[in-house]
Ligand binder design. Sequence first.
Ligand code: PGA
Length: 260
Amino acid sequence: MRTPLVIGNWKMNGTLAEARPLASGIRDGLKRPGRVEVVVCPPFTALPAVGEILAGSPIALGAQNSHHEASGAHTGEIAPPMLVELGCRFVLCGHSERRHELGETDEQINRKVAAAIRHGLTPVLCMGETGEERRQGLTFTTVEGQLRAGLAGLDGGSLAKCVLAYEPVWAIGTGVNATPAQAAEVHGYLRGLVSEVGSKEIAQGVRILYGGSVKADNADVLLAEQEIDGALVGGASLNAPGFIAIVRKAARGAAARGDS
Ligand code: PGA
């Protein structure tokens, strides 16, 4: 029912010299990706070049962040209309590296989510607990707070346009992924919350991605879970064959689950 979605988050990687061959490799390897949606999120500086390379391909362009205002005196920031102009269709909101390194708050993230929707971008709201929070039994409390705050004030139509990503902080860039069962448990919980803040119907349609050390060799078991609608891939998205393999597994997982 839900089309799987695989997003490559290049983070602060990709000079033009690196980004161009990576984007071309992904495009050439995914001419017919199957029943899966694919997005790449290069750094801002590479968006125009990567957008040009992906033009006419089934792969969509996304940004890693945006400001909530449309323009103004915000030195160093990038506004949603600037991203739209470059062909972006998706934007990550509240990635844990921004929450933890830059102190982004739930309130700021909520404004970014709302602004993305206003400008026709699909926001990908990222949530996840730290290792310490998991040890203290605070996983559900943490993600619940992030979800409720991140989606606050959105009407049903807007909620239905969001993508959610569960990315446990302890799994990001560590090589230690959440087990399929751990991820599915949190995804199920998040879907229940969407049902509460929106409706059952919205919850059934919303895609919840898993992120945190997803690689070609663990993607199939993660993506076989009914609750996991795709992947947000960091490190492994910087290698075209590895990223392509993950996308293929997402498409096959959906076929095996009988999604149509
Ligand atoms: P990782 O990053 O795949 O390198 O763990 C995931 C993310 O931060 O989106």
